[in-house]
Design a protein around this ligand. Structure first.
Ligand code: GTP
Ligand code: MG
Ligand code: ZN
Length: 351
């Protein structure tokens, strides 16, 4: 199989820079230090030189799905291009507190299905995660065929209140409903799919490819949750367009952000806060508080304000902790063995 480096997202500048030095490729996934790399000649398995691998373990510089790499004739990764975006998630179980998920995405598609999966706080959490990655978040609402058009309208108007950016609605009984996703990918763009298990991420890829390449399986009737069918991140090339990255459904998100993504997603609240009479307004009882005024007018609820504060606090706490850990890591000698990650025990999240 041959791939066009264009569709894989390579820019002419990067190809020019690496010209004659080896084979350019894009990391599709990793298993135990072995990287699946898509190149012009198909998929190869590559690895990092031992010393580099040891230096990068547990850091955000460790190669992830979506990284552009230069590979030598022994399939060793010799260079990693600077990233245009990196989606991370807080990971309270790992020593580094944060984990890189996918790099170099133009879009992060937040996929929510129009059934019990549709939950406002959950949508916000996913959007914050997407917004903090330096790529453009797009909200995709799937399974519109499950509802009446009045129900879908109600979902859509709630979604519009939550997210002023692009919102796409898909349904598996209408392949044409997936076309706007392809249109966004045209010209070698990359989009990563992000969402809970069972929302239809892999189904969407199958529709775009016109075949059953990705495995999909049914959801639980009791709560509409999926069965974690996709277990690895993977890049899927859509010839003539660009790339989609399929990801396993996330069970929980520990937000990590310097506050900007939370503000971007709660745009109205952030804007009102800037209009308060006092710059140090606590938005509780001060005169001239634009946030309290919005509550009085009915444009904002106390619960939304509380959610905003909680998420901002959570995201910034992780950010601070991560910086602290990073400093400690740099201080440690390079000879020290890396600690084994603690046993994970993921619980389904209360969104
Ligand atoms: N009614 C309806 N069902 C859909 C639609 N899209 C997907 N499904 C179904 O939802 C179930 C889960 O779909 P998947 O594509 O496996 O979901 P996923 O998001 O990839 O899930 P994980 O891989 O577990 O993260 C399957 O039974 C699909 O047939 C849709 O538009 N309408
Ligand atoms: Mg899947
Ligand atoms: Zn105020």
């Amino acid at each position: 199989m041959t791939n066009h480096l264009n569709d894989l997202g390579f820019t002419p500048q990067l190809l020019e820079q690496w010209h004659g030095q080896g084979q350019p490729g894009r990391i599709s996934g990793e298993t135990h230090g072995l990287f699946r790399i898509l190149t012009a000649d198909g998929e190869i398995t590559g690895r990092l030189p031992g010393r580099t691998a040891r230096a990068l373990v547990g850091t955000l510089d460790h190669p992830v799905t979506g990284d552009f790499v230069l590979v030598d004739e022994d399939n060793m990764i010799r260079d990693i291009a600077p990233r245009t975006s990196l989606m991370t998630r807080g990971d309270s179980f790992s020593a580094s507190l944060t984990e890189g998920l996918v790099a170099n995405c133009d879009y992060v598609f937040v996929v929510i299905s129009l059934n019990q999966d549709f939950h406002e706080r959950k949508i916000r959490r996913f959007l914050i995660m997407a917004a903090s990655s330096d790529s453009t978040p797009v909200l995709i609402l799937t399974k519109a065929d499950l509802n009446s058009s009045a129900e879908n309208e109600a979902y859509l108007s709630t979604a519009r209140e939550l997210w002023p950016g692009t919102i796409l609605v898909t349904r598996q009984d209408e392949t044409g409903s997936y076309q706007p996703i392809l249109d966004l990918l045209r010209g070698g763009k990359t989009g990563a799919l992000l969402g809970a298990s069972g929302v239809g991420k892999s189904t969407l890829i199958n529709h775009l490819l016109g075949n059953e390449r990705m495995k999909v399986s049914g959801i639980r009737n009791s709560d509409d949750q999926g069965r974690h069918t996709t277990t690895h991140r993977e890049i899927i090339l859509i010839p003539g367009y660009g790339c989609l990255i399929d990801t396993p459904g996330l069970r929980r998100i520990d937000l990590i952000d310097d506050g900007q993504a939370v503000e971007a997603v709660y745009g109205n609240i952030a804007a009102w806060m800037k209009q308060c009479r006092f710059t140090d307004c606590s938005h509780t009882t001060e005169p001239g508080c634009a946030v309290q005024a919005a509550i009085q007018r009915g444009d904002l609820t106390e619960a939304e304000l509380e959610d905003f504060r909680t998420m901002q606090k959570e995201a910034m706490l992780y950010e601070r902790k991560m910086r602290q850990r990073e400093k400690e890591r740099i201080k440690r000698t390079t000879h020290q063995k890396t600690a084994k990650p603690r046993q994970r025990s993921w619980n389904e999240q209360e969104w």
